[in-house]
Design a protein around this ligand. Structure first.
Ligand code: FES
Length: 104
């Protein structure tokens, strides 16, 4: 099991904001949706484009390359051209900071 990676201070990830952290070679998109934190691999399952480049709309993120959308809470692919879910990672608040890790 890998160690937790510090994303940022809690005050730097307020509702509606997002951050990208790296756990080794894994980019992780961490979002704050109305106070609840979620972490997904920052990689579209269509052609590996970074999801963090796209707009967040409610609880969804859209890939700017070809328009696939994903549920930020679950990683589920919501429309073509992506059909596979994005891996979801654990995320926590501790010591005033936000933490995540690639637990695969
Ligand atoms: S790379 Fe994301 S929709 Fe094609």
């Amino acid at each position: 099991m890998t160690a937790w990676v510090r994303v940022c201070a809690e005050s730097e990830l307020l509702p509606g904001e997002s951050r990208v952290a790296w756990d080794g070679d894994t980019p992780i998109l961490v979002v704050n949706l109305d106070g609840a934190l979620y972490a997904l691999e920052d990689k579209c399952t269509h052609e590996d484009f970074e999801l963090s480049a796209g707009p967040i709309d409610g609880d969804q993120v859209e890939c700017t390359l070809h328009g696939a959308r994903f549920d930020l809470r679950t990683g589920e692919a919501l429309c073509a051209p992506a059909y596979s879910a994005v891996p979801k990672f654990p995320v926590k608040r501790e010591d005033g900071a936000v933490w995540t890790r690639d637990d695969r």
